[in-house]
Design a protein around this ligand. Structure first.
Ligand SMILES: O=C(O)CCC(=O)C(=O)O
Length: 244
């Protein structure tokens, strides 16, 4: 069984096997402070909601940096684009827990009538849909930690390798969560976690003094099947990224 002390580096082979990787030092403390200030202003202004931060230049710029980041090469495929960034701030005053689950929804531009697509929902004015597992298997989430995050701060716990079963029925997911070794993904400020959205993950309530601020990016292939289009996408292959 892994423990939170295992380094679990951003090695592509580990990432494919276990469904996650931890990169302990990606951003400086100063960069984290600046990002916290930008995110706080964006969330307070509430112009785009907590799931749509990519609309902001600072957030899109960090997405571009992640796409070119050496520590993520081999994990974030060339050609992937950023399609969502969600802000999670958890503390004793703003608290929640999340039972074990897979992330199954993606944000898209419009509804498409196709029987391969299901569970349509509107969140913060954007359509979300559950696409087939073949697409979910290509997605990569990168969680950028802007505060130290340990067990008392509601760090994610994951069941290594659970993403390899594809999209799981609830009973299978519960059994997989019970039977597999679980890892606590503790990270220092400025660290990042990459994960497959199909990896079973959970988080507990915060009991410590930290604010546990996280920017949770989702990356996927530029082109979608079934006539779908991303609600928003940033990256060299998205066609909207400002080219240097
Ligand atoms: O940040 C958390 O505590 C939970 C996040 C989560 O479960 C998710 O993004 O699906």
């Amino acid at each position: 069984m892994y423990s939170s002390r295992d380094s679990h580096p951003g090695d592509p082979a580990h990432f494919e096997r276990d469904g996650y990787a931890l990169i302990p030092a990606l951003l400086s403390a100063r960069e984290c402070e600046d990002l916290c200030a930008s995110a706080a202003a964006a969330v307070a202004a509430d112009t785009v909601g907590t799931r749509c931060l990519l609309a902001h230049d600072w957030c899109a710029a960090l997405a571009e940096r992640l796409l070119g980041e050496a520590a993520l090469s081999g994990i974030l495929p060339r050609g992937h684009v950023a399609v969502q960034c969600t802000w999670f701030e958890k503390s004793r005053h703003r608290n929640w827990l999340v039972p074990a689950h897979q992330d199954l929804s993606i944000p898209v531009a419009a509804r498409v009538d196709d029987e391969a697509l299901g569970a349509w929902s509107l969140k913060e004015e954007a359509w979300h849909v559950q696409p087939p597992a073949a697409l979910l298997e290509q997605l990569v989430a990168v969680r950028v930690h802007l505060d130290d995050c340990g067990e008392a701060d509601g760090a994610l716990s994951v069941a290594a390798g659970s993403h390899r079963g594809g999209r799981l029925e609830p009973a299978t997911a519960a059994a997989s969560w019970r039977s597999r070794a679980r890892s606590l993904c503790a990270l220092p400020r400025g660290g990042a976690m990459a994960m497959r959205p199909l990896l079973l993950h959970a988080s507990s309530k915060a009991t410590g003094a930290c604010r546990r601020r996280v920017l949770h990016y989702l990356f996927g292939p530029a082109d979608l099947p079934h006539g779908l289009q991303w609600a928003r996408s940033y990256g060299a292959n998205a066609g909207v990224w400002p080219q240097a």
